[in-house]
Design a protein. Structure first.
Ligand code: ADP
Ligand code: MG
Length: 264
């Protein structure tokens, strides 16, 4: 594995079992790399397999009806993530790789203040005591640009706007200094002006913390400004991958060309 590669996906093949036992292939053996300290955009229309890819990396697909081909490999700093279990798996999810989703409320607990939730993460994964953890939570909320962070740390999720909730999720995600942040359509549910602010925040944090970001989006219009590399997906396959300059200036694949022509 190249020294500068953080995560390597090889032959990732995922199928789902239907009611009658029939298998539908969602990922048809995909390959791509996430280099260290770069933002990779995973782009494709709805249903192309972007979220399944991220859930497979995190081992979050439902065991009940998911079949992962045994030849699939996801290697993160030399470890096969698909083989992790127990404490190692919890450590990977809590520290090495963090994830944020389209709907921040789906990950926030409505009955705890946002400061307490971030503090909880820090107590669990960074071994801080409650007082220090809460202090650190306020510092993180300040870092992600939440206005009046001291006061808002004591707010419940529903008391914040959608953009503010996403800032809280980002604070929680970076709390343990992950090496990789997976952001699955992080701004799709937000107003256009807020979208740009959140993406700019992610770009700033990526640089400041020197982490890698897997930025999942159906919107190729956001990619040029906020990503270094692009992976284009369709129907569970990767159609094209390369740097932003390469893909935007000289797309080789007809599907990529069509996507680029559809940009507003
Ligand atoms: P997107 O690119 O929009 O994120 P997804 O990765 O969510 O697409 O979905 C890819 C395909 O896999 C879709 O056809 C979807 O219906 C199917 N799929 C995703 N999750 C499941 C699941 N838990 N059970 C069955 N099918 C699923
Ligand atoms: Mg999705």
């Amino acid at each position: 594995m190249n020294q500068d590669t953080l995560l390597q996906v090889r032959n990732l093949k995922v199928s789902f079992r239907g009611e009658e036992g029939e298998l539908t292939e969602a990922l048809k053996g995909i390959n791509f790399d996430i280099p260290r300290n770069r933002t990779v955009a995973l782009v494709g229309e709805s249903g192309s397999g972007k979220s399944v890819t991220s859930m497979a990396i995190m081992q979050l697909l439902p065991a009940r009806n998911t079949v992962i081909d045994p030849a699939s490999q996801v290697t993160f700093e030399g470890r096969d993530l698909l083989a992790l279990e127990g404490a190692e798996l919890r450590k990977m999810r809590g520290k090495d790789i963090a994830m944020i989703f389209q709907e921040p409320m789906s990950s926030l607990n409505p009955v705890f203040t946002v400061g307490d939730q971030i503090a909880e993460t820090l107590m669990l994964h960074a071994g801080l005591g409650r007082r220090d953890a809460f202090k650190r939570a306020v510092a993180l909320l300040t870092e992600v640009g939440l206005p009046d962070p001291e006061k808002r740390a004591k707010a419940y999720p529903h008391e914040l706007s959608g953009g503010q909730q996403q800032r809280v999720m980002i604070a929680m995600a970076i709390a343990c200094e992950p090496k990789l942040l997976i952001a699955d359509e992080p701004t799709t549910a937000l107003d256009v002006t807020i979208q740009k602010q959140i993406l700019q925040l992610l770009a700033d944090l990526q640089k400041k913390h020197g982490m890698s970001v897997l930025f999942i989006t159906h919107d190729l219009g956001l990619v040029g400004e906020f990503a270094d590399d692009v992976v284009v997906m369709r129907h569970g396959e990767i159609r094209e991958a390369g740097s932003v300059e390469q893909i935007f200036n000289a797309p080789a694949n007809p599907y990529t060309k069509a996507l680029l022509n559809c940009r507003p």
